[in-house]
Ligand binder design. Structure first.
Ligand SMILES: [Cu+2]
Length: 258
Protein backbone atom coordinates (compact mmCIF):
# COMPACT_ATOMS: atom_id res chain seq x y z
CA UNK A 1 0.00 0.00 0.00
CA UNK A 2 1.50 3.33 -1.04
CA UNK A 3 0.56 6.45 0.86
CA UNK A 4 1.35 10.00 -0.18
CA UNK A 5 4.36 10.36 2.16
CA UNK A 6 6.17 7.32 0.77
CA UNK A 7 5.24 8.43 -2.75
CA UNK A 8 6.89 11.85 -2.29
CA UNK A 9 9.87 10.08 -0.67
CA UNK A 10 10.20 7.86 -3.71
CA UNK A 11 10.13 10.84 -6.05
CA UNK A 12 12.76 12.58 -3.90
CA UNK A 13 14.98 9.50 -3.94
CA UNK A 14 14.46 9.13 -7.67
CA UNK A 15 15.88 12.60 -8.26
CA UNK A 16 18.67 12.14 -5.70
CA UNK A 17 19.91 8.80 -7.01
CA UNK A 18 19.36 9.50 -10.70
CA UNK A 19 20.91 12.22 -12.81
CA UNK A 20 18.02 13.68 -14.74
CA UNK A 21 16.86 17.23 -15.27
CA UNK A 22 14.53 18.46 -12.55
CA UNK A 23 11.31 20.42 -13.17
CA UNK A 24 12.08 24.13 -13.61
CA UNK A 25 15.79 23.49 -13.27
CA UNK A 26 17.92 26.52 -14.22
CA UNK A 27 21.51 25.43 -13.58
CA UNK A 28 23.51 22.52 -14.91
CA UNK A 29 23.08 18.92 -13.85
CA UNK A 30 25.69 17.53 -11.46
CA UNK A 31 28.81 16.41 -13.23
CA UNK A 32 29.71 12.73 -13.38
CA UNK A 33 32.70 12.97 -15.72
CA UNK A 34 35.95 15.00 -15.74
CA UNK A 35 35.10 16.30 -19.22
CA UNK A 36 31.83 17.75 -18.02
CA UNK A 37 33.48 19.28 -14.95
CA UNK A 38 35.83 21.00 -17.43
CA UNK A 39 32.89 22.27 -19.48
CA UNK A 40 31.20 23.75 -16.39
CA UNK A 41 34.47 25.37 -15.27
CA UNK A 42 34.95 26.89 -18.74
CA UNK A 43 31.38 28.17 -18.65
CA UNK A 44 32.05 29.86 -15.30
CA UNK A 45 35.36 31.32 -16.57
CA UNK A 46 33.68 32.83 -19.63
CA UNK A 47 30.77 33.95 -17.43
CA UNK A 48 33.26 36.00 -15.39
CA UNK A 49 34.48 37.83 -18.51
CA UNK A 50 30.88 38.28 -19.62
CA UNK A 51 29.95 40.04 -16.37
CA UNK A 52 33.05 42.31 -16.45
CA UNK A 53 32.45 43.23 -20.12
CA UNK A 54 28.74 43.85 -19.58
CA UNK A 55 29.34 46.13 -16.59
CA UNK A 56 32.09 48.07 -18.41
CA UNK A 57 30.11 48.54 -21.64
CA UNK A 58 26.87 49.53 -19.92
CA UNK A 59 28.70 51.90 -17.55
CA UNK A 60 30.36 53.61 -20.56
CA UNK A 61 27.10 53.69 -22.52
CA UNK A 62 24.95 55.13 -19.76
CA UNK A 63 27.55 57.67 -18.62
CA UNK A 64 27.87 58.92 -22.23
CA UNK A 65 24.10 59.22 -22.53
CA UNK A 66 23.90 60.95 -19.14
CA UNK A 67 26.81 63.42 -19.41
CA UNK A 68 27.14 64.12 -23.12
CA UNK A 69 23.68 64.94 -24.40
CA UNK A 70 22.57 68.13 -26.15
CA UNK A 71 20.91 69.65 -23.08
CA UNK A 72 24.09 69.33 -20.99
CA UNK A 73 26.49 70.21 -23.83
CA UNK A 74 24.84 72.83 -26.04
CA UNK A 75 28.14 73.54 -27.86
CA UNK A 76 29.49 70.49 -29.67
CA UNK A 77 33.14 70.12 -30.66
CA UNK A 78 33.47 70.41 -34.41
CA UNK A 79 36.93 68.74 -34.50
CA UNK A 80 36.41 66.11 -31.77
CA UNK A 81 35.66 63.19 -34.11
CA UNK A 82 38.12 60.55 -32.95
CA UNK A 83 40.70 59.79 -30.29
CA UNK A 84 43.60 57.55 -31.29
CA UNK A 85 44.55 56.52 -27.74
CA UNK A 86 40.97 55.65 -26.83
CA UNK A 87 40.48 53.65 -30.03
CA UNK A 88 43.74 51.76 -29.44
CA UNK A 89 42.57 50.86 -25.92
CA UNK A 90 39.16 49.62 -27.01
CA UNK A 91 40.67 47.56 -29.82
CA UNK A 92 43.61 45.98 -28.02
CA UNK A 93 41.81 45.20 -24.73
CA UNK A 94 39.11 43.01 -26.37
CA UNK A 95 41.87 41.23 -28.34
CA UNK A 96 43.58 40.24 -25.07
CA UNK A 97 40.25 39.19 -23.55
CA UNK A 98 39.59 36.97 -26.60
CA UNK A 99 43.02 35.36 -26.18
CA UNK A 100 42.33 34.82 -22.48
CA UNK A 101 39.09 33.03 -23.40
CA UNK A 102 40.60 31.10 -26.33
CA UNK A 103 43.38 29.41 -24.32
CA UNK A 104 41.23 27.52 -21.77
CA UNK A 105 38.66 26.86 -24.50
CA UNK A 106 41.14 25.18 -26.89
CA UNK A 107 42.85 23.36 -24.03
CA UNK A 108 39.53 21.75 -23.04
CA UNK A 109 38.57 21.10 -26.67
CA UNK A 110 41.75 19.16 -27.44
CA UNK A 111 41.78 17.40 -24.04
CA UNK A 112 38.30 16.05 -24.72
CA UNK A 113 39.17 15.17 -28.30
CA UNK A 114 41.99 12.84 -27.28
CA UNK A 115 41.14 9.14 -27.05
CA UNK A 116 44.10 7.12 -25.75
CA UNK A 117 43.79 3.34 -25.30
CA UNK A 118 40.21 3.13 -24.03
CA UNK A 119 39.19 0.23 -21.78
CA UNK A 120 36.05 -0.39 -23.74
CA UNK A 121 34.52 0.57 -27.07
CA UNK A 122 30.79 0.74 -27.56
CA UNK A 123 29.11 1.30 -30.91
CA UNK A 124 25.94 3.34 -30.76
CA UNK A 125 23.46 3.50 -33.62
CA UNK A 126 20.58 5.97 -33.69
CA UNK A 127 17.40 4.71 -35.33
CA UNK A 128 13.96 6.18 -35.91
CA UNK A 129 13.16 6.08 -32.97
CA UNK A 130 15.37 4.14 -30.61
CA UNK A 131 19.05 3.58 -29.87
CA UNK A 132 20.97 0.37 -30.33
CA UNK A 133 24.18 -0.48 -28.49
CA UNK A 134 26.90 -2.89 -29.53
CA UNK A 135 29.67 -4.14 -27.25
CA UNK A 136 32.10 -5.54 -29.80
CA UNK A 137 34.81 -6.19 -27.18
CA UNK A 138 32.78 -9.11 -25.84
CA UNK A 139 31.16 -12.01 -27.64
CA UNK A 140 28.15 -14.10 -26.81
CA UNK A 141 28.13 -17.89 -26.63
CA UNK A 142 27.18 -17.98 -30.32
CA UNK A 143 30.25 -15.90 -31.18
CA UNK A 144 28.46 -12.65 -31.93
CA UNK A 145 29.05 -9.33 -30.22
CA UNK A 146 26.68 -8.26 -27.46
CA UNK A 147 24.11 -5.93 -28.96
CA UNK A 148 20.65 -4.79 -27.98
CA UNK A 149 18.08 -2.08 -28.63
CA UNK A 150 16.99 0.53 -26.13
CA UNK A 151 13.42 1.78 -26.33
CA UNK A 152 11.63 4.34 -24.20
CA UNK A 153 9.23 2.85 -21.65
CA UNK A 154 5.62 3.73 -22.50
CA UNK A 155 3.74 5.55 -19.77
CA UNK A 156 1.58 2.48 -19.07
CA UNK A 157 4.67 0.40 -18.20
CA UNK A 158 6.20 2.91 -15.79
CA UNK A 159 6.78 1.85 -12.21
CA UNK A 160 6.74 4.25 -9.29
CA UNK A 161 9.88 6.39 -9.28
CA UNK A 162 10.65 5.95 -12.98
CA UNK A 163 10.80 8.98 -15.23
CA UNK A 164 8.14 9.59 -17.83
CA UNK A 165 9.63 10.05 -21.34
CA UNK A 166 13.12 9.32 -19.93
CA UNK A 167 13.34 5.72 -18.75
CA UNK A 168 14.18 2.93 -21.18
CA UNK A 169 13.87 -0.85 -21.26
CA UNK A 170 17.58 -1.60 -21.79
CA UNK A 171 20.12 0.80 -20.31
CA UNK A 172 23.62 1.39 -21.60
CA UNK A 173 25.75 -0.23 -18.88
CA UNK A 174 29.31 1.03 -18.41
CA UNK A 175 32.00 0.41 -15.79
CA UNK A 176 32.87 3.35 -13.55
CA UNK A 177 36.37 4.95 -13.64
CA UNK A 178 37.18 3.48 -17.05
CA UNK A 179 37.96 5.31 -20.27
CA UNK A 180 35.15 4.45 -22.62
CA UNK A 181 35.13 5.14 -26.33
CA UNK A 182 31.83 5.62 -28.10
CA UNK A 183 31.55 5.14 -31.85
CA UNK A 184 28.35 6.81 -32.93
CA UNK A 185 26.44 6.57 -36.20
CA UNK A 186 22.92 6.83 -37.55
CA UNK A 187 20.93 4.17 -39.39
CA UNK A 188 18.43 6.41 -41.17
CA UNK A 189 18.56 10.15 -40.41
CA UNK A 190 20.76 12.31 -38.20
CA UNK A 191 20.24 11.81 -34.47
CA UNK A 192 22.33 13.14 -31.62
CA UNK A 193 23.52 11.16 -28.62
CA UNK A 194 23.48 13.49 -25.63
CA UNK A 195 23.89 12.87 -21.89
CA UNK A 196 24.41 16.18 -20.02
CA UNK A 197 25.93 14.88 -16.77
CA UNK A 198 28.58 12.95 -18.72
CA UNK A 199 29.32 15.91 -21.00
CA UNK A 200 28.31 13.99 -24.11
CA UNK A 201 26.66 15.38 -27.21
CA UNK A 202 27.58 14.01 -30.60
CA UNK A 203 25.67 13.72 -33.87
CA UNK A 204 24.81 10.27 -35.16
CA UNK A 205 25.18 10.72 -38.92
CA UNK A 206 24.29 8.00 -41.42
CA UNK A 207 27.41 6.83 -43.29
CA UNK A 208 29.80 8.35 -40.80
CA UNK A 209 31.42 7.15 -37.60
CA UNK A 210 31.81 9.82 -34.95
CA UNK A 211 33.93 9.24 -31.90
CA UNK A 212 33.84 10.53 -28.32
CA UNK A 213 35.21 9.28 -25.08
CA UNK A 214 34.21 9.74 -21.47
CA UNK A 215 34.99 8.49 -18.01
CA UNK A 216 32.21 8.17 -15.46
CA UNK A 217 33.80 9.20 -12.16
CA UNK A 218 30.94 7.93 -9.98
CA UNK A 219 28.30 5.24 -10.19
CA UNK A 220 24.79 6.32 -11.03
CA UNK A 221 22.11 6.49 -13.65
CA UNK A 222 22.47 9.30 -16.14
CA UNK A 223 19.66 10.45 -18.37
CA UNK A 224 19.85 12.07 -21.78
CA UNK A 225 17.80 12.58 -24.90
CA UNK A 226 18.21 12.55 -28.65
CA UNK A 227 19.26 16.09 -29.47
CA UNK A 228 18.74 16.36 -33.21
CA UNK A 229 15.23 16.58 -34.62
CA UNK A 230 14.84 13.21 -36.32
CA UNK A 231 11.14 12.76 -36.98
CA UNK A 232 7.82 12.61 -35.18
CA UNK A 233 9.05 10.45 -32.30
CA UNK A 234 12.25 12.43 -31.76
CA UNK A 235 11.11 13.27 -28.24
CA UNK A 236 10.57 9.62 -27.44
CA UNK A 237 14.02 8.10 -27.82
CA UNK A 238 15.75 8.91 -24.53
CA UNK A 239 19.15 7.65 -23.41
CA UNK A 240 19.92 6.05 -20.06
CA UNK A 241 23.53 5.33 -19.10
CA UNK A 242 24.14 3.36 -15.93
CA UNK A 243 27.65 3.44 -14.50
CA UNK A 244 28.33 0.45 -12.28
CA UNK A 245 31.41 -0.88 -10.47
CA UNK A 246 33.78 -3.04 -12.53
CA UNK A 247 32.76 -6.35 -10.81
CA UNK A 248 29.08 -5.49 -11.39
CA UNK A 249 29.89 -4.68 -15.00
CA UNK A 250 31.50 -8.09 -15.50
CA UNK A 251 28.46 -9.75 -13.94
CA UNK A 252 26.28 -7.83 -16.40
CA UNK A 253 28.51 -8.76 -19.38
CA UNK A 254 28.27 -12.39 -18.28
CA UNK A 255 24.48 -12.27 -18.14
CA UNK A 256 24.23 -10.32 -21.42
CA UNK A 257 26.40 -12.81 -23.27
CA UNK A 258 24.26 -15.82 -22.37
CU1 LIG B 1 16.03 12.69 -32.52
Amino acid sequence: MINLASFTNLIAYATIYNDAAQPWQLGFQDSAAPGYTGIVTLHNTIGFYLIVISITVFWALFSIIYYFNSSKNPISHKYLTHGTVLELIWTITPAFILIAIAFPSFRLLYLMDEVISPTLTIKIVGHQWYWSYEYSDFITETGESIDFDSYMLPESDLELGQFRLLDVDNKLIVPVDCHIRLIITGADVIHSFAVPSLGLKLDACPGRLNQVSFLADRTGTFYGQCSEICGIYHGFMPIVVEAVSSPDFLVWVDSASQ
